[in-house]
Design a protein around this ligand. Structure first.
Ligand SMILES: [Zn+2]
Length: 90
């Protein structure tokens, strides 16, 4: 019976191992079914999966970050800051 339950509901270990594939939609067929079913029933793995998704989305946000400003733009900003510093009352 334990084996049958395991076959239907998966395990914490399998769910943890498959989390990344599951999140990216790479998990197919029976394995996907089992991870989904396990996640639906296991609060511990749900919490882990949520944390995993949060990490994924912050990584994605990092990837979307604007590229570094052009060097000449940095120079211009530094120049302006310097000029403003010079003109401010001492
Ligand atoms: Zn679990």
């Amino acid at each position: 019976m334990r084996l049958l339950t395991h076959l239907l509901n998966g395990s914490h270990e399998e769910t943890a191992r498959s989390m990344s594939d599951y999140a990216e939609g790479d998990l197919r067929g029976y394995r996907r079914f089992r991870v989904a079913r396990h996640l639906a029933r296991c609060e511990m793995c749900q919490a882990a999966f949520r944390a995993f998704l949060a990490t994924l989305s912050s990584l994605a946000a990092l990837g979307r970050r604007e590229p570094d400003p052009k060097p000449e733009l940095v120079d211009a900003v530094v120049e302006r800051i310097r000029a403003e510093g010079d003109s401010s009352p001492a």
